[in-house]
Design a protein around this ligand. Structure first.
Ligand SMILES: O=C(O)CCC(=O)C(=O)O
Length: 288
């Protein structure tokens, strides 16, 4: 699913549900990004609270390796500007038809060979939201992380497929290969909407019928993968030489006018309020 002209990128994204664009960042830029990641993980690993967040919640481990950094762009100073690359914004704004706003702070996946990080088929069927001021909501029914509610499809009013108004952006800091456990997707699965709203057997039946079509989202260093949150996706353990890293930083973006009835977007973090403005000064732009 790697492709190049903007029209092809949008066509592939909308039909297949995922697309990888090569050469958005240079090797030099990815070395900078990698250094920022390494410093963040090293600093956070030495303290109990890092940038206001308990480290045990901020970092998730797989066999002693740090495999996830939650709220990545809030704690990794200097990394957020990479999300504002003009080519990334061009894809998002063309696909969603209007300016876009960040809908998640971002998660870093640092899959280290020798760790056991892997994840089965799933959709990312939640929105990170807040109840409107003065509306008491029992947090017990929600995945509640760093003060935000993760609201699932059966917990919100369903006026449209809002997941189609949001796109996940993965900056592929290292090459993504079958050996190092790249993301896998089932093409077109996002057209199904959230399986949680269907018959309880629907997802298993769909996977059984369509897993044979699964695609490996392989990509070079500095490529970017775009996909819809309701794409069925998974990733297997790395079989690369021990110590090899497969880093990818993912954040979610929504069209600026999207509203989820009964809920508010969080306003307590940079990027979640105003439409994203592209930044200048990047080495490459394959979509210019
Ligand atoms: O990066 C990976 O290996 C898994 C990513 C994933 O499952 C997710 O973003 O929900």
């Amino acid at each position: 699913m790697a492709t190049c002209s903007l029209a092809q990128v949008i066509e592939t994204l909308k039909t297949q549900g995922a697309v990888t664009v090569e050469g958005i960042f240079s090797s030099r830029e990815m070395t900078t990004f990698r250094n920022l990641i390494n410093r963040t993980i090293e600093e956070a690993s030495q303290v109990e609270t890092y940038k206001g967040r308990p480290t045990e919640k901020l970092l998730s481990r797989a066999k002693g390796t740090v495999w996830l950094v939650w709220e990545f762009y809030a704690v990794c100073e200097g990394a957020l500007r990479f999300t504002r690359h003009p080519a990334i914004l061009k894809v998002l704004e063309t696909a969603l038809g209007e300016p876009v706003i960040q809908a998640s702070i971002g998660t870093l996946f640092d899959k280290v060979a020798g760790g056991d990080a892997e994840i089965g088929w799933h959709q990312d069927t939640f929105f990170i939201l807040m109840p409107p001021a003065g509306t008491p909501i029992d947090p017990a029914g929600y995945w509640h992380q760093f003060g935000h509610f993760h609201v699932r499809p059966n917990q919100m009013e369903w006026v449209e497929d809002s997941y189609k108004s949001t796109i996940i952006v993965r900056i592929n800091v290292d090459p993504q290969t079958v050996e190092n456990g790249c993301l896998r997707v089932i093409p077109r699965s996002y057209h199904e909407g959230p399986f949680e709203l269907k018959d309880p057997n629907a997802v298993a039946e769909y996977i059984e019928q369509h897993e044979k079509n699964a695609m490996d989202c392989v990509g070079g260093e500095g490529s970017v993968t775009f996909y819809y949150p309701t794409m069925l996706h998974s990733s297997t353990k790395s079989s690369s030489p021990p110590g090899t890293h497969r880093r990818a930083a993912a954040h979610r973006v929504r069209r600026a006018s999207l509203r989820i009835p009964g809920w508010e977007w969080p306003t307590d973090w940079e990027g979640g309020i105003e439409p994203i403005v592209p930044e200048a000064g990047f080495d490459l732009n394959p979509l210019a």
